[in-house]
Design a protein around this ligand. Structure first.
Ligand code: OAD
Length: 252
């Protein structure tokens, strides 16, 4: 049930703002059928991150890590952007400076038509050299790229002789410095920040709303549940991102 009064209030705040941005997490893709990490059916309820999403796990068992990422790619390939992604893509037209900082690696914002997307945790469709020789390739469905060579275990190998890995941030790894620096700078200077479908637990990405609040921005949280950010947000809209974002768009 969308809270109409709260939506109208947010609509007024957004109408008056010039610099609007959003930060998104797994919850925005939940309605597209992409599992979240910490919800009742979340990935981290079924799998241990230390077995699948650390450089050590990849070093110890690259076949298991690739099996998991290939399974996730297959799920994401079947998914379609939902009305939440679609509404955010249209926000770029409404606010020429609108930018989107996402923790998601699924690429659904791009598929919805968003062009100014900062992917702070990487992209699951990109494969890169684990030794960082500089090789990187887009393996998204339909990408016009040559298939990468595989070793006798079926694992992709780099031109330099190293292993290839998904270009995502794993636990214990630093985020792409340029991406997170840009995300923080946007948070510092925005007037309104929409925080959509994230548990706001994982840093440094969870610092984006904290920076915005510290700099005096209005922070609007959109989430089906309360999070550690809820009590500090200026407005908390409780519900599905795929319903609330189009409603918000209609109120602007
Ligand atoms: P989480 O799984 O931690 O949180 C998803 C959030 O989305 C929760 O707060 C849910 O209540 C909310 N949610 C679920 N469905 C929703 C819907 N339809 N509409 C609105 N909200 C909804 O996912 P993230 O916060 O993205 O990191 O997790 C952050 C990081 O932890 C991920 O990027 C990943 C993970 O470990 C790495 O892989 C580095």
């Amino acid at each position: 049930m969308v809270d109409r009064d709260a939506i109208e209030r947010c609509g007024r705040l957004l109408r008056e703002a010039g610099r609007v941005m959003a930060t998104t997490g797994a919850g925005i893709s939940a309605e597209s059928g992409v599992p979240t990490f910490r919800g009742p059916d979340g990935l981290w309820r079924r799998y241990r991150p230390e077995d699948l999403a650390t450089p050590e796990a990849f070093g110890a068992n690259p076949a298991l890590v690739w099996e998991w990422y290939r399974w996730r790619r297959a799920r994401i390939a079947e998914a379609r952007p939902n009305p939440g992604h679609d509404a955010l893509s249209r926000f770029e037209r409404r606010w020429p400076a609108f930018e989107l900082v996402t923790q998601n690696v699924d690429g659904l914002h791009h598929r919805a038509g968003s062009t100014r997307v900062i992917e702070v945790h990487g992209n699951i469709w990109r494969t890169r050299c684990a030794r960082r020789c500089g090789f990187s390739i887009d393996e998204s469905p339909g990408a016009a790229t040559e298939p990468v060579p595989l070793d006798d275990r079926g694992l992709p190998v780099c031109q330099c002789g190293g292993m290839l890995r998904p270009d995502v941030t794993w636990f214990g790894e630093a985020l792409d410095a340029q991406a997170i620096t840009r995300a923080f700078a946007l948070a510092e200077s925005c007037e309104v920040l929409l925080v959509v479908g994230t548990s706001s637990l994982v840093y440094p990405a969870a610092a984006v709303p904290e920076i915005a609040l510290g700099a005096g921005a209005t922070v609007i949280e959109i989430n089906v549940d309360a999070t550690p950010l809820t009590s500090r947000a200026d407005v908390s809209l409780r519900g599905l991102a795929g319903e609330i974002l189009p409603a918000l768009e209609g109120a602007v």
